[in-house]
Design a protein around this ligand. Structure first.
Ligand code: NAD
Length: 519
């Protein structure tokens, strides 16, 4: 059955959340330019985290459907890679225009399936849009090198060529942004793509795919398969898939990196995080507390760049009251309500896991300054809500510190000196992001130089780089050597070819007409 979805129809899922599982719409596959109904025998419910209502049903793609998607990508590759770069770029120009036009519908779907507030959902789409804008003008970063006269009459030059069929595996927490980190750059440099959105919130990726086709992406250039581990394994094992871009948890990322690499694929795995803020006593009091609460509790803490640990140099005491009063003032509720600051977590299991980690902190000796467990949201009693929570007196041996909680929980540590704080940050296994709050230039310079974390903010709580840079997580937060988007992302999706030519002006050739031009 061939079934085109369109943005209006997806919006209409959003207005019918009462649909029961068996009547909920199915999420389609995208194979060779057609949105098709899967023949899967196993289906996963996509639920609204604020209500538990089933929004749609997602298929565990069958082997035949998966192979058809890869085959479509493989067949589309020769023509697409030889399509002129300006033509491929023009698709991205149109795509960015269509994303802008459909921003509200995309954001509404993100809120419906992921749970975040509408402003956060718009931010999710917008940060992805910026990558599309970068993909509109890749030529400067794609340019090769050329050296004349490497030997007499000989020149060498290198160009970057696409890899072929490449794939992306996405997490739930940024259902619009992460797909847009992947396929716009990969496709604009000439690859064809197989995308696996998160099984928890595939709607935004489907809407984006529809817009990409409308923008002129030819059939087969972007394909979408759905599912969980089985579909991931097929991606990792298929010989025609040359590279895999992954964003998600440590457990899945390590597995995907190992299995994909063992199968000879290029893999980049962006994984979990424990991002520390280090607060020096001279930091601006109001701006710092506002930044900390936004970065710890915004998007319900479900950001890989959320601040989830705060290290107060000189002690938490001067900061405690302000932090508590700001955190208490945040409104917990459904993402669609304009009064909401903190939406639900993605699943009841995620909420329970975070609640258990809060309890483990208490059991292991931390002080629970603010307890968000048991928060009630009238009218949304089934939602996966957890209110902002603050644990102080935490030390690095506690589980609430060692685990990525991925919820609105800030664990607070203390250090006597900046050196000690840096040592705490550097001893953590993750190295995604970190931020220092201070008014001291020399302290900031020391921190940015010595901290072993890939993205550093100085008075910037969530230092996610814009797409002309790259997203450069370090250590346990990243496996691979070429990061997402920016120049590194472009290199990930291309390979260098180096050509040496010999056009010597020899005696034989000098003065003779070129062959074939005699007539
Ligand atoms: P997840 O690892 O559970 O899922 C990510 C993807 O991997 C999904 O498509 C899922 O189907 C698949 N998957 C999950 N477990 C698997 C397994 N055992 N084997 C094979 N495939 C598997 O991650 P999530 O819960 O969707 O996302 C949250 C995580 O993502 C957090 O840890 C967060 O820090 C991380 N994240 C990292 C970045 C980054 O850039 N470093 C960005 C966003 C999110």
């Amino acid at each position: 059955i061939v079934c085109r979805i369109n943005v209006a129809s997806v919006r209409c899922f959003a207005s019918q959340p009462e649909l029961a599982t068996h009547t909920a719409p199915s999420v389609k596959l995208l194979i060779d330019g057609e949105f098709v109904e899967s023949q899967a025998t196993e289906w996963v419910d996509v639920t609204n985290p604020a209500t538990q209502e089933v929004v749609s049903r997602l298929p565990e793609t069958t082997t035949g459907e998966f192979n058809a998607a890869v085959q479509a990508a493989k067949e589309a590759f020769p023509k697409w890679r030889s399509t002129p770069l300006p033509t491929r770029s023009r698709v991205m120009f149109k795509f960015q225009e269509l994303i802008r036009k459909n921003m509200d519908e995309l954001a509404a779907n993100v809120t419906l399936e992921q749970g975040k507030t509408l402003p956060d959902a718009k931010g999710d789409v917008f940060r992805g849009l910026e990558v599309v804008e970068y993909a509109c003008n890749l030529a400067p970063d794609l340019m090769g090198d050329y050296i004349e006269n490497v030997s007499t009459g000989m020149d060498t030059y290198s160009v970057r060529q696409p890899l072929g069929v490449v794939a992306g595996i996405c997490p739930f927490n940024f259902p619009a942004m992460i797909p847009l980190w992947m396929f716009p750059i990969a496709c604009t440099v000439g690859n064809t793509f197989v995308l696996k959105p998160s099984e928890k919130d595939p709607g935004a990726a489907m809407m984006l795919a529809e817009l990409a086709l409308e923008a002129g992406l030819p059939r087969g250039v972007l394909n979408i398969v759905h599912g969980t581990h089985g579909t991931v394994n097929r991606i990792l094992d298929h010989p025609d898939i040359k590279a895999v871009s992954f964003v998600g948890s440590d457990r899945a990322g390590r597995y995907i990196y190992e299995r994909g690499s063992a199968n000879g694929k290029r893999v980049q795995a962006n994984m979990g995080a424990k991002n520390h803020a280090v607060i020096l006593p001279d930091a601006n009091p109001e701006a710092t507390v506002a930044a900390l609460t936004g970065a710890a509790f915004g998007a319900a803490g479900q950001r890989c760049m959320a601040i989830s640990a705060a290290v107060f140099v000189g002690g938490i005491e001067p900061w405690k009251d302000a932090l508590l009063s700001r955190a208490k003032a945040l409104n917990v509720g459904p993402g669609a309500a304009s009064s909401t600051d903190v939406g639900p977590l993605i699943t009841p299991e995620a909420r329970d896991r975070a609640a258990n980690l809060i309890q483990s902190g208490v059991d292991q000796g931390a002080e629970l300054l603010l307890d968000g467990r048991g928060v009630k949201v009238p009218g949304f009693e089934l939602g996966n809500f957890l209110g902002p929570s603050l644990l102080s007196g935490v030390n690095p041996s506690m589980d609430c510190y060692k685990e990525e909680i991925f919820g609105p929980v800030l664990v607070c540590l203390e250090a006597e000196t900046l050196d000690e704080a840096i040592s705490i940050v550097n001893s953590n296994e993750h190295g995604n992001g970190t931020a220092l709050f201070t008014r001291s230039g020399p302290a900031a310079r020391k921190f940015q130089n010595e901290v072993e974390v890939g993205m550093v903010g100085i008075n910037v709580p969530i230092p996610v780089p814009l797409p002309f840079f790259s997203f450069t997580g370090w250590r346990g937060s990243f496996h691979g050597d070429l990061h997402m988007y920016g120049k590194a992302g472009l290199q990930f999706f291309t390979q260098a070819k180096t050509i040496t030519t010999n056009w010597k002006d020899t005696d034989d050739q000098r003065g003779k007409r070129a062959p074939g031009l005699d007539a």
